[in-house]
Design a protein around this ligand. Structure first.
Ligand code: G6P
Length: 608
């Protein structure tokens, strides 16, 4: 995700902005920029693609002197990384920096174009600068009033800071569904997307809430809502270390990212669900299903497990056959693939060498290709005919969590899109899936809250020689993912199995020393998993069940239960994976491992 820093006070703004942005570098970015109200009453903007060092070099050649300014590091979501797409965006005398996604950008852009306005970037952010400039030209008497008028037209997630040439001693900041924090100093005020950017200057902070608009002047700040009603927000003294602040107060990035999943999934769905039409838009891309006879999903690691769930989603909604292959196998197999196939490459990093090679192989054989990725303009989306970004925000923990659930959400979107086009998904059934999908983020939030830290469970099992995971249907891939997560960070041997396969071998492993995680939510295949569970119990196996709230049958039969809410089978993986992520995290911690940087693993594997 992008970083924002803004400053108003008596000191030169540029070093404070650059210093703050450097504190956010760990989050990743592809371009950077600043805008400063320079002392002669004009706005100066410097921005460029690449590292902050490039921006600093630019500022050495063309300095900006002034003590009110805004700064940004961009991680591309709309429009590739380039000088033109870097923030701040300027329209007339208004400059803006923005984190988040403007959902109704297509409609707003068309309306603004209709009034003769021209755009110089591919970003959704530039629209906000146009809207504020328009409001000022239409007679808004202050930057605050113009910003309110502009933001009332905007739907989506944003953390925004605005500065205007005609109002040099002011900043306006607004927050909706993207984080933003205010830092209060002596005769100076700071705004940042994340606390690490301002801790060096002040620990007296106000965490802003949804719909807050802050008006900052040299005299201080006021917080109101979009209609102008005053809002009181308590300040607090932050006692986090710089390292804790980077992790948003969590002890590890992985835990922070586990808890970010409701937001990640919301961001993946944002702007793509067409509720009145019972349809899904893939950002305006149309996949013609008339000549489509099959899908082939290629991926590695956790993304491969998302693909296995995707098979259920797509086959159920679109009734098209789906094959799922490990990218490293597919590419060397002389695969049977051609013009009637859609090859879907899933990769959070967008750079995995095997997945990229598999996609190119498919393309060279005439297949159409679609990339599902979290990194805009990375190699895999660049090579594909269609792209679907997950917008989960940067993932730093090596063991993937929020990118996985965001991939599941993206695959469900793809399934609905295809199903509506093949005609196999009726408007009513699509509507039902869409409403169930919309309930998922809140269910995830509740589940994470209720599960707690699983410390006791982890202490009990931290020294076992191995774990087994089993599930059926859509939860079979979750058994595989649960085992992979545990292996990755706890270094305990773990295997995932289709529950029905237990009796064909793995059951020989069962005794009272090997915990078996049974994923058994109510729904399709539930009774079958129950009988598989009994087979384990009969052999003294220790069962940890993942079960639907209130399922007494399960709770009477096993040692521990991790509860999840009810959901349709296709969407259950978005919930059943959560306790398994938390369990792996807790076991890894109990064993004293480095959770975020497990041994021998890399976040992005760009070699074969
Ligand atoms: C590495 C990571 C895994 C990831 C896999 C595929 O092995 O450690 O977490 O699942 O690569 O990565 P991708 O970026 O293609 O999803």
């Amino acid at each position: 995700m992008c970083g924002i820093v803004a400053y108003i006070g008596r000191r030169p703004a540029v070093p404070i902005l650059i210093g703050g942005l450097k504190r956010l570098e760990y989050r990743g970015y592809d371009s950077a920029g600043v805008a400063v109200a320079v002392t002669d009453g004009l706005l100066g903007v410097r921005r460029c693609r690449g590292r902050l060092a490039n921006l600093e070099a630019l500022l050495v050649k063309a300095p900006l002197a002034g003590n009110v300014g805004i700064g940004h590091t961009r991680w591309a979501t709309h429009g590739r990384p380039s000088d033109e797409n870097a923030h701040p965006h300027r329209v007339g005398g208004v400059c803006v920096v923005h984190n988040g996604i403007i959902e109704n950008h297509i409609g707003l852009r068309a309306r603004l174009r209709g009034t003769g306005r021209e755009f110089t970037s591919e970003t959704d952010t530039e629209i906000v600068a146009h809207l504020v400039d328009e409001a000022l030209k239409q007679g808004a008497t202050s930057l605050l009033e113009a910003s309110r008028k502009a933001l009332r037209q905007v739907e989506g997630a944003y953390a925004i800071v605005l500065i205007s040439q005609d109002h040099p001693g002011e900043l306006v900041a607004a927050k909706n569904a993207s984080p933003m924090v205010l830092g209060i100093g002596e005769g100076e005020t700071f705004i940042a997307s994340d606390a690490p950017a301002l801790l060096e200057h002040t620990r007296n902070v106000v965490f802003l809430d949804e719909g807050d608009i802050v008006h900052l002047t040299h005299a201080g700040y006021t917080i109101t809502d979009l209609e102008g009603a005053k809002r009181e927000r308590p300040s607090r003294i932050l006692d986090w270390s710089a390292e804790q602040a980077e992790k948003g107060g969590f002890p590890h990035f992985m835990l922070k990212e586990i808890f970010e999943q409701p937001t990640a999934v919301t961001n993946t769905l944002r702007g793509r669900l067409l509720v009145p039409e019972s349809d899904v838009t893939l950002d305006g891309q149309e996949i013609d299903t008339r000549s489509l006879s099959r899908l082939v999903i290629v991926a590695c690691g956790t993304s491969y497990h998302a693909g296995l769930v995707g098979k259920f989603m797509i086959e159920s909604a679109a009734r098209l056959p789906v094959e799922v292959d490990l990218a490293s196998e597919f590419r060397y197999r002389d695969p049977v693939v051609g013009p009637h196939d859609l090859v879907v490459a899933i990769s959070q990093s967008g750079e995995t060498a095997d997945t990229l090679a598999a996609l190119k192989e498919a393309k060279s054989r005439g297949a159409r290709t679609l990339a599902i990725s979290n990194v805009l303009d990375s190699a895999i989306p660049r090579a594909a005919d269609f792209t679907l970004y997950t917008h989960a925000g940067i993932e730093i923990g090596v063991a993937s969590t929020k990118c996985f659930t965001a991939q599941l959400a993206a695959l469900m979107l793809l399934a609905i899109h295809l199903g509506r086009r093949t005609g196999t998904l009726s408007p009513g059934n699509a509507q039902e899936l869409i409403s169930q999908l919309l309930l998922i983020p809140q269910k995830m939030e509740n589940t994470l809250k209720e599960l707690g830290d699983l410390k006791e469970l982890a202490e009990r099992y931290k020294d076992v020689p191995g774990f087994l995971f089993m599930g059926r249907g859509t939860n079979y891939p979750i058994a595989l993912e649960g085992a992979l997560k545990l292996k990755e960070i706890s270094y305990i041997h773990a295997e995932g199995y289709a529950a029905g396969e237990m009796k064909h071998g793995p059951i020989a492993l069962i005794d009272d020393g090997i915990p078996v995680v049974v994923i058994a939510p109510k729904g399709h295949g539930y009774e079958k998993v129950l009988s598989n569970m009994s087979e384990v119990r009969a052999r003294e196996g220790q069962v940890i069940a993942v079960a639907t709230h209130g399922d007494k049958i399960i709770s009477e039969q096993c040692q521990s239960v991790l509860w999840v809410p009810d959901a349709p089978s296709l969407l259950q993986p978005l919930l059943t994976v959560l306790p398994l992520q938390l369990l792996s995290y807790a076991v890894s911690l109990a064993r004293g491992n480095d959770v975020d940087q497990p041994r021998n693993l890399a976040k992005s594997v760009t070699v074969e």
